[in-house]
Design a protein. Sequence first.
Length: 242
Amino acid sequence: MPSHAALRLITLDLDDTLWPCAPVIRDAEDALFAWLQARAPSITAAYDPNRLREHRLSLLAARPELAHDVTAARLEALRALMSESGYPQTLAEEAMTVFRRARNRVAPYDDVMPALSLLRGRYRLVAVTNGNAEVAQTPLADSFHHSLNAAEAGAAKPAPALFELAMQWGGASPAQTLHVGDDPVRDVDAARRIGLGAVWVNRDGRPWPDDLEPPVHAVTDLHGLVSWLERSQGAGADQDAL
Ligand SMILES: [Mg+2]
């Protein structure tokens, strides 16, 4: 792991690092299904929620170019369903708006807002996600300096594109950058492969995968990240890095 004597930029994963992901996706899919029942009932008569999911995954398998863009993939699946059932294409966009609004109703873990507000005064903070939560529409709208997703970067983590875009935006080298995330492969290993520091957020005591080199640092929440940075960087040592 590079020395963070000049740590300048912290990139943070969103889903399962800052909030639990599964409940928010489940609620967004429920909201979408209820909306389809009201506005496009021929679709919900033919597809229950599981079949809708299978339909989307089979479309993704046929169109691997959509893999890094989860919004485009969902929208294409909705467009295909609308044409199949004779509904106008504009309904697909309306349906997607319903999904996205619910997708942004995330509930950050309790440690997240206080830790980010502290770190925000010391480092540049950039959200980097493979998902389609829109930070500006979430309770964390004011917690970050910038946010990027895989659709904008043209590739999902573990590809380096999102990290490179973040470093370019923040004017930071890999040695001046630390990535924080829950996924051993897409976050920790992906970041350290291109020379970034990496901290594993392991909130639920999961074992580290046997086939990966162990993480240099792991925390159970962002308070742990703040204390580790204060120990390794010295409190306030980076004020002039901004
Ligand atoms: Mg994650």
